[in-house]
Design a protein around this ligand. Structure first.
Ligand SMILES: [Cu+2]
Length: 696
């Protein structure tokens, strides 16, 4: 089997069990393994196979939907159960991990980087279950909220799938649905029509930042896969989730940063939830030991497709490279691009990049370097690319080497021969309606951190921004000088319950307030007509900080038609003037399709999409602290009549205040209490009557 065979289930189950017994014996010939272990392994593998066949496997990579994708497609319904709860890394389930490496693989042990802290997780896994299915499968995920001790609602967003015709399944709390209450469940069900490397994450509170996320890979059958000839293997274990990580719960850091002068920088970077930070001492040898790094195994002579996803939550651009190898970038955010060979690439929060690694080097161990930039510049993580036949040891190359050369997706830097910006990539999907000379509608969206009295963090009388020290200033990341506030009910399902005054535009707010000087907060909404070609020109004025915002759209992919860094700072007016003078060149053919894109600080990014998916779609910065305090806007596509029918008995929620009681519609209870005759009671009565009758 070229991709991976059905026997992956057995192999995978076997591997997990081998790891449980002793990870150090992996890939060691059988005759080196003690006899009792082999017998134990065989029995456990057999048991595991039976459990897998019965659909009771505990591992996400043994799901029946993880299979070579058939052509023509034979869709399956892929069911998952997600239980979201607060848990703990390095918990008692970890016993003597990492001193005893075997203990790190115990059930429910989440070692992370060795630092103990509360984590929000799905099924006590970190990252959460990896969903890997085929295009057109029906994905059905029952999410149960068990976040008891924190009493938070939750929702799971499918980051990448367009939800065309199923907007109710987008999983955005207070936009497409009510948060799932504690103790309740909500079952997402939608056809996986948007192929490629995607992911899922909580879209309620800051749970995503504390661990509620995982991969969602939608593969295509070989004949449909444009770059299929470029690689030999597309393995489920080569899905790579990258992210920054904090030593404490995100809310702690958020509160300290926003209400005081606490840091907003992460303490570490993790690869697939693994990293090294806390040092432990082995009492037997007195040696210092750490938690394990992620290892990716390759066979010399084969070419591998790697799928990387960034769940960065802070202003943390990540630079990815593999020592001794170049990377051939073939897709971003699920959409294929013409292959580009690079030394490294930079990935921002919410983005995905797929690359091919040609395992053509000498058999050995090579660092996969994930180096932090921006607010992550002092942290990095290393994983290992290990060739079959190489020893089970770390590479010897200096951990601090910073790879140079040709790269994709520059960070706050102008495009050049060596710095390939996103619009320089060429989509391989055919052009669409966005290729017209002039979009139907253009919205210029300015962004920066503005010095306004955001009353959530600066009470305007007692501690206004101008009265506290510079280190205590909270600058508001806004879009067109508006901070987004979610309405009291989700607009997709309960627009009639929302007072009209909740929604706003910069123009409607300007009538009441000077939002440049005063803090303005409302449900900022851009309305577009169904079928319109919409262009958003995103301008980062870049005056306050050098932060860059990765902007993510729900419900669509956009074409990135222009991206330019102009200076250390700019203004909306400057970019509008440039445009008016014809000085912004748009790429109108084969512009890359993405759903998340960076806006250079002191520059602009222009994106276009055909508004063909009716709904209310959030468009927002993907940095957790920015979206949390309103760096979002709703894009309403079409009208109420254009929406697909709402699923029956869809949950609702909203504000309430006392205004009388409901009319008493209960059936009057007869004297002595009501007698309700159910079929069972009727049968029993008949039976008793029959006995009495026969006995007489
Ligand atoms: Cu941002």
């Amino acid at each position: 089997m070229v991709l991976f065979g059905r026997n992956i289930f057995l192999v995978e189950a076997f591997t997990v069990l081998v790891q449980l017994i002793n990870p150090t014996i992996l890939f060691i010939p059988a005759h080196f393994v003690p006899h009792w272990k082999m017998t134990g392994l065989f029995v456990l593998a057999l048991l595991s196979l039976i459990l897998t066949v019965l659909g009771l496997s505990t591992s996400d990579l043994s799901h029946e939907c993880l299979r070579p994708c058939e052509w023509p497609a034979q869709p399956r319904t892929c069911r998952y159960d997600f239980t979201v709860e607060w848990y703990y890394s390095m918990s008692k389930a970890c016993f003597d991990c990492p001193v005893n490496r075997t203990d790190c693989g115990r059930p429910d042990c989440i070692p992370l980087n060795g630092v103990p802290r509360p984590v929000a997780v799905v099924n006590r896994m970190f990252p959460g279950p990896s969903i890997q299915i085929c295009a057109h499968d029906i994905l059905e995920v029952k999410v149960t909220n068990s976040l008891k001790s924190y009493s938070e609602g939750t929702a799971i967003h499918w980051h990448g799938p367009h939800q065309f015709g199923t907007p109710y399944m987008d999983g955005t709390a207070m936009t497409s649905q009510c948060p799932i209450p504690i103790g309740a469940s909500f079952t997402y069900r939608f056809p996986a029509e948007t192929y490629g490397t995607h992911w899922w994450h909580a879209h309620a509170g800051m749970q995503r930042a504390d661990g509620v996320f995982g991969a969602l890979v939608v593969r295509q059958p070989d004949p449909r896969e444009q770059h299929r000839k470029l690689y030999d293997r597309d393995l489920p274990e080569h899905v790579v989730l990258l992210h920054d990580w904090l030593d404490r719960v995100t809310l702690d850091k958020f509160a300290a940063h926003h209400h005081d002068n606490g840091s907003n920088k992460p303490e570490s970077v993790l690869v697939n939830g693994k990293g090294r930070r806390a040092a432990f001492t082995d009492p037997a040898t007195n040696e210092t030991v750490f938690t394990e790094r992620e290892v990716f195994r390759v066979q010399q002579g084969l070419r591998y497709r790697f799928r990387t996803i960034s769940n960065a939550i802070t202003n943390c651009a990540l630079k990815v490279s593999v020592d001794g190898h170049n990377l051939t970038i073939i897709a971003s955010d699920g959409s294929p691009v013409e292959p580009v060979e690079a030394d490294f690439y930079i990935i921002y929060g919410g983005e995905r990049f797929d690359f091919v690694l040609d395992a053509n080097a000498t058999v050995g161990n090579y660092w996969m370097r994930v180096k932090g930039l921006a607010d992550c510049k002092f942290v990095q993580d290393l994983a290992v690319v290990r060739y079959v036949g190489a020893p089970d040891t770390d590479p010897t190359e200096d951990e601090k080497i910073d790879r140079q050369g040709v790269f994709v997706n520059p960070f706050n830097q102008e495009a050049s021969e060596t710095a390939i910006a996103i619009p320089q990539l060429n989509a391989t999907e055919p052009d669409d309606g966005t290729s017209v000379a002039q979009a139907d509608v253009i919205h210029y969206l300015g962004m920066d951190f503005y010095k306004v009295n955001n009353y959530h963090f600066h009470e305007p009388v007692n501690y206004p921004i101008e009265d506290v020290s510079r280190t205590h200033h909270l600058y508001s990341p806004q879009l067109n000088h508006l901070s987004f506030a979610f309405p009291p009910s989700p607009p997709l399902t309960q627009s009639r319950d929302i007072p009209a005054g909740e929604f706003c535009t910069p123009e409607s707010m300007a009538a009441a307030k000077d939002c440049v000087r005063e803090y303005c907060e409302c449900t900022h909404t851009i309305e577009v007509k169904l079928g319109q070609v919409v262009e958003l020109v995103l301008i980062d004025e870049g005056v306050t900080f050098d932060a860059s915002h990765p902007m993510h759209i729900h419900g669509h992919s956009f074409r990135v038609v222009a991206l330019e860094k102009l200076n250390t700072s700019t203004s909306v007016q400057e970019v509008m003037d440039l445009d008016k003078a014809g000085n912004i060149t748009r790429k109108l053919s084969r512009a890359p399709l993405k759903d998340t894109v960076i806006v250079p600080d002191g520059g602009f990014t222009a994106v276009r999409f055909v508004a063909n998916n009716p709904g209310w779609w959030l468009f927002h910065c993907h940095l957790e602290f920015h979206v949390e305090i309103g760096m979002s806007v709703l894009i309403r596509v079409g009208s109420e009549e254009d929406l697909p029918p709402k699923p029956k008995d869809f949950p609702s929620c909203g504000s309430w205040s006392p205004h009388g009681v409901e009319e008493d519609i209960a059936t009057p209870v007869p004297c002595g209490g009501a007698v309700y005759l159910t079929p069972a009671k009727a049968l029993l009565t008949l039976y008793l009557l029959l006995i009495i009758f026969l006995l007489n």
